[in-house]
Design a protein. Structure first.
Ligand code: OAD
Length: 428
């Protein structure tokens, strides 16, 4: 997938502007810490992935051997990603339901990195955390909801994939645990058949057709081939419309009688899934709205524990201004601007970690927890980070996960009345 975003090439930015990004200091964690301390960096945008939760005991997706996609053999999937693919789920809901039960939030503790995000907030320098994770650990660490964008959704709510009816996610989980696959109990209205075009409309079509036939005769007389071609095409389309109208008129009485004799509504019975964004669905509107808005205001982007393999999330790299420094804390170098192999082509928004013209990108090639500890060390924040970790209490075992699932009652009982010819549900 190509990135549609673009930033100026280094040579198109003045030497002075490029120099000023790090003010002549080395491109390093300690320089960035210095800029945060002296107030030069006030708005930090974070882009996080599965790597930040690995230390909590939740595997990432793509690390060979330990990543989730290397450990789905028992699910008998065509591809590992199928488990998060809408079309596959529609026909085979069981693998996702089993996996969702395993990944269900609760029981995992936030990592040092999650506490660091909360510390950024407490220090007043957190612009927003964009996370791809569905484990809810940012919230558990105390990051405020308004500073969080759960770009790949969460377990906070659930909807039917057919009629979009809302369902209680806690009930969904209970049914999964009991071994059943939850289906939608919404009632869908079966509308009467669409009325055929009335006589007046068909009469107008016939008049248009006879006018075309007359114009064609004139065009023949002057052998205007272009006009003959255009009129010929119009004639074909009009004849098709008239034939369709006649068919609809003929079929309508039987269809209406059938509808009148039959039921007026039906059970939806579609599969329900938590609001985790699947391949084939759009990201939440909050992501689309805030990514450009926050990107434009950021004065540091920190990318944490992600392979940057999934668009549009990975495009956050290109949302920040060309003079905004970018810090990657990840075991590997990812998102490189000269990356030419699939699945991603970052073009010039990619990180220029190995490029001699790099003037703003820093890679801390280490575990996230070590990277944020090192940064906090430079900032003099180590004690505060430790205090947050010490103060954290895991919810008592057996209690509900603290991820704010929506309340049980209202939407369970709410029968959504929709047209029979309902549309497939996609995320906003
Ligand atoms: P990936 O598994 O693709 O990437 C995790 C990255 O974190 C890899 O580069 C690892 O090397 C690195 N890593 C692992 N543990 C680390 C640690 N302790 N410290 C530092 N780095 C570490 O996970 P994501 O990039 O989050 O989407 O995956 C993106 C999306 O792909 C997911 O949200 C999911 C998946 O398909 C959906 O389900 C829609």
């Amino acid at each position: 997938m190509g990135a549609s975003l673009s930033v100026p090439e280094p040579q198109d930015i003045s030497t002075e502007d490029r120099f000023n990004v790090f003010r002549g200091l080395p491109l390093s964690l300690s320089s960035l810490a210095q800029f945060i301390k002296d107030g030069h960096i006030k708005r930090i945008l974070v882009a996080a992935g599965a790597g930040i939760s690995v230390a909590a005991g939740i595997p990432d997706f793509r690390t060979p051997g330990t990543g989730l996609y290397d450990n789905l053999q028992n699910y008998d999937l065509p591809t590992p990603e199928s488990v998060f693919t809408l079309d596959y789920f529609r026909d085979h809901p069981q693998p996702f339901c089993t996996l969702a039960n395993e990944l269900w939030p609760g029981g995992f503790k936030p990592t040092t990195t999650h506490h660091f995000l909360r510390l950024l907030e407490l220090r007043g320098v957190l612009l927003r955390v964009f996370t791809q994770n569905i484990d809810g650990l940012e919230r558990l660490a105390g990051v405020s909801e308004e500073l969080l964008v759960e770009a790949h959704g969460s377990f906070a709510d659930a909807h039917c994939i057919e009629c979009a009816g809302q369902h209680c996610v806690l009930d969904w989980h209970e049914q999964i645990q009991a071994g059943s696959i939850p289906r939608c109990g919404c009632t869908l209205v079966i509308p009467p058949p669409t009325s055929p075009p009335d006589e007046e409309q068909v009469k107008i079509l016939r008049q248009e057709l006879s006018s075309i036939v007359q114009q064609k005769a004139k065009a023949w007389a002057v052998t205007n081939w272009q006009m003959l071609t255009d009129l010929g095409m119009k004639e074909v389309r009009l004849k098709e419309k008239i034939a369709e109208a006649e068919q609809q008129t003929a079929a309508f009485p039987a269809l209406l009688a059938e509808w009148e004799a039959g039921p007026k509504d039906k059970l939806c019975d579609g599969f329900i899934k938590p609001d985790i964004v699947f391949f084939g669905e759009g990201l939440p509107a909050r992501f689309s709205y805030l990514a450009p808005k926050d990107g434009g205001r950021a004065d540091l982007l920190i990318v944490l524990g992600t392979s940057l393999s999934v668009m549009p999330f990975a495009g956050l790299l290109g949302r920040v201004p060309a003079l905004c420094p970018r810090l990657l804390i990840n075991r590997q170098a990812v998102g490189l601007h000269d990356q030419e192999s699939p699945p991603m082509f970052f073009g010039n928004i990619g990180l220029r970690l190995t490029d001699p013209q790099n003037y703003r990108d820093v890679h801390a090639a280490m575990d996230c927890d070590d990277g944020v500890r090192e940064l906090c060390g430079h900032l003099g924040w180590t004690e505060e980070l430790n205090a947050l970790e010490r103060a954290y209490q895991l919810p008592a075992s057996g209690s509900r996960p603290e991820v704010p699932h929506r309340k049980r009652r209202q939407h369970k009982l709410k029968a959504v009345r929709l047209r029979f010819s309902h549309q497939r549900f996609t995320m906003p």
